[in-house]
Ligand binder design. Structure first.
Ligand SMILES: [Zn+2]
Length: 61
């Protein structure tokens, strides 16, 4: 079982080189949309995207 996990990890590492920080939870956030209005929450939010893995997150102002 341990071997299978290691194999998977190696594959991911090859695919996303330099994404080790991302996978550890340290993303490189960059603002892609400043003060966008979120209809669901009825508030202004700022949208961030990681420059390495393209993951996005919203932050309430
Ligand atoms: Zn990332």
């Amino acid at each position: 079982m341990g071997e299978v996990v290691q194999l998977k990890r190696k594959k991911v590492l090859d695919k996303h080189k330099g994404n080790t920080l991302c996978r550890s939870g340290f993303h490189r956030w960059m603002i892609i949309k400043k003060q966008q209005f979120d209809v669901k929450q009825g508030k202004l939010i700022t949208v961030y995207q990681c420059t390495r893995c393209q993951k996005t997150k919203n932050r309430l102002l």
